[in-house]
Write a protein that binds this ligand. Structure first.
Ligand code: ADP
Length: 219
């Protein structure tokens, strides 16, 4: 397998956790920040680290940033620097530039200059936490679009010991079960005759309204 090369520019809370996790997963990660102490904190959690300004064209080129498959721009409040850094990376031809946006206007500019993926970690996490808070049954939640989501729901005794064909969730609720987690095992291709046990975690995709109906009435 060809290993992907990652760089993270800006090592605040978001950038440093992206960096740590990539490194933990065994990837090559270059950690960059303009502040020495931030870089020092990350040396044990990255393959390489460098003190550099993400808006300094020469510094970025000398770090070989063009050769990275993915660059994450996690510069926090300094929106101007975040935009300039993203622009440089796209001009260098970096294929995948993921950027943390601070607000809607920042996002609009990032879209225009070609950021490949724009993330809003606080907002996204806020939505997930609200979903957890409002339902005991939801263990995780991923928003796919304004209308569609994937949720992980804990199977209650209402669905326990029943097969998928018996439950007929797709016809009744318009949702599809993508997988069933049972302890450490995960069934990623459930068949109609597979049974659900109480405490299983069901991974379900569907329209938000249908998912809500399934969670409230079907479980
Ligand atoms: P978070 O909300 O993720 O904690 P912060 O604003 O605390 O974000 O962190 C942003 C990080 O980005 C800081 O460590 C800061 O030093 C770094 N940073 C800011 N501007 C630049 C820049 N131009 N080049 C490199 N790093 C930068």
């Amino acid at each position: 397998m060809v290993k992907k090369q990652f760089a993270v520019i800006g090592l605040g809370r978001f950038g440093s956790s992206v960096c740590r996790e990539l490194y933990k997963l065994g990837h090559q990660v270059l950690a960059i920040d303009s502040k020495e102490e931030k870089v020092n904190e990350m040396t044990r959690h990255s393959t390489h680290s460098a003190i550099a300004n993400g808006t300094d064209e020469k510094a970025l080129l000398s770090l070989g940033i063009r050769n990275f498959d993915y660059v994450v721009v996690a510069i926090g409040d300094d929106i101007q620097s975040s935009i300039l850094c993203t622009l440089l990376l796209k001009e260098f031809g970096v294929e995948n530039v993921w950027v943390k946006a601070q607000n809607y206007y920042h996002q609009r500019v990032l879209e225009k200059i070609g950021a490949d993926r724009i993330v809003h970690p606080e907002q996204d996490m806020g939505i997930r936490i609200a979903q957890h808070l409002t339902s005991e049954k939801i263990v995780d939640y991923i928003e796919l679009s304004a209308d569609y989501s994937i949720v992980e729901l804990i199977a209650t005794n209402k669905v326990a010991n029943k097969s998928l064909i018996n439950l007929d969730i797709r016809a009744k609720y318009g949702c599809t079960i993508l997988g069933i987690k049972r302890g450490e095992d995960i069934n990623i291709a459930p068949t109609p005759t597979d049974h659900i046990e109480q405490g299983d975690i069901l991974i379900v995709i569907g329209h938000k309204n249908d998912l809500k109906r399934f969670e409230e009435e079907g479980m």
